[in-house]
Design a protein around this ligand. Structure first.
Ligand code: AMP
Length: 399
């Protein structure tokens, strides 16, 4: 049983073909510069990488190229497209319409389109990916897996902002949260690692990458998360500011004479680690001391780690307890310095990091970095959002 997982962006499309008998990835790849000159498909299979440079004027052509690559005599991995039992699509925003993954039909697509106003950078591209697949594989079931769905269990006091209630009712302004597939996956893996039923666990999951978010997962349910109405909220990130006082916007616009669009570009693309360091948004550069201003690099990373710690403390209070802290994604899995700054002195919460284990944490596997007598376990767990999408697709398509 093979499931194709699609993550479509506005000019890119990532895919993985997963064999669900053993959950192995049998091929994966990336279409870049869709509808832009210089389109490229990079396809990886049989331990090799293949490149195709044909024009991709739209997502449908891109999907056709992906399917051609998958059945190709040399680089292909299936004899026939009919071997692909279903397609799972990452859809960023499900709003309040979806608290779980669903089989896609025209009604679902229409509601995703209506939710594009909440995620204008993501949903339209995700929908293009779905429509392209439907055009090329009309008889294959398609499933939507939403980034927001896992957070649908948040209580009102976590998801409402302190703004007029009518703004929530009339305009749907509330916290939705993102990275849901990742928080779900690593919290489930953590429960397995702890040897506990997830219903009996209180876990803070730290998805720290270029985009970062932290969730409080109580009994397997998300009860709070740091991203909000959009992924701009919460922690400072690679290039995003994270939460700021809303009044700064008007003040900054008056001072600089710039527009609201420029203000949003400033907050989304020029802030966070990039804006603070003036060097890079990449934690490798900042931690390894590359770039011009080493002190500013350190200030940026220390500020990031400080905010991680704030959320760990806050979410422990929210859940009235803590069994495990999980670090995942590019920074969480690879940056011992951030992990130590964030949870290295939380002894009063029962967290005792083992510096040696933290420094020498092997890549690509779940690994405990807390001391053996630490009450709270600190675990590094590689995330796997594609696998979650494939599992959800298998379950929803009832294959
Ligand atoms: P993601 O969004 O999960 O792909 O994570 C991207 C971030 O992870 C970037 O800031 C990278 O610098 C960081 N990252 C990836 N690999 C490493 C590494 N080996 N050491 C430190 N940071 C890393």
């Amino acid at each position: 049983m093979k499931i194709l997982v699609i993550n479509a962006g506005s000019s890119s499309l990532k895919y993985q073909l997963i064999d669900m008998t053993d959950e192995s990835v049998i091929a994966k790849g990336l279409c870049e510069r869709i509808a832009i000159d210089g389109s490229k498909l990079t396809h990886k299979a049989h331990g090799k990488s293949y490149e195709f440079n044909n024009p991709m004027p739209n997502h449908t052509v891109a999907i056709k190229m992906v399917l051609d690559a998958l059945v190709d005599k040399e680089c292909g991995v299936v004899a026939d497209m009919s071997e692909i039992a279903a397609v799972g699509h990452r859809v960023v925003h499900g709003a309040e319409d979806y608290n779980c993954s669903v089989l896609i039909d025209e009604k679902v697509l229409a509601s995703c389109e209506a939710n594009s106003e909440l995620a204008p950078l993501h949903n339209p591209a995700n929908i293009m990916g779905v429509r392209a697949c439907m055009a090329v594989m009309p008889n294959t079931p398609m499933v939507a897996v939403f980034d927001t769905a896992f957070h649908a269990t948040m209580p009102e006091s976590a998801y409402l902002y302190g703004i007029p209630y009518d703004d929530y009712k009339n305009y749907r302004i509330r916290k939705y949260g993102f990275h849901g597939t990742s928080h779900m996956f690593v919290s489930q893996e953590a429960a397995k690692f702890l040897g506990k039923d997830i219903k009996d666990t209180k876990i803070v999951t730290c998805h720290l990458g270029n985009g970062s978010s932290i969730s409080a997962v109580d009994g397997g349910r998300s009860v709070d998360t740091s991203m909000g109405f959009t992924p701009l909220d919460g922690l400072p990130m690679g290039t995003r500011s994270g939460s700021i006082d809303g009044a700064i916007l008007e003040y900054w616009m008056a001072k600089t004479g710039k527009s609201i669009n420029e203000a949003l570009v400033n907050l989304n693309k020029k802030s966070g680690m990039l804006g603070l360091s003036g060097t890079s948004s990449d934690f490798r550069d900042l931690v390894e001391g590359n770039g011009l201003d080493v002190a500013r690099n350190k200030m940026a990373v220390d500020l990031f780690s400080y905010h991680v710690k704030r959320y760990v403390g806050a979410y422990t209070a929210v859940m009235n307890g803590l069994d495990a802290i999980v670090f995942t994604a590019g920074v969480g899995e690879n940056t011992p310095y951030v992990r130590k700054q964030a949870v290295g002195n939380l002894e009063y919460l029962g967290v005792k990091l083992d510096d040696n284990r933290n420094e020498n944490c092997p890549r690509g596997q779940a690994y405990e970095i807390s001391a053996s007598d630490s009450k709270v376990k600190v675990i590094v767990i590689p995330t796997n959002e594609e696998l979650v999408i494939a599992r959800e697709t298998l379950a929803v398509a009832k294959l």
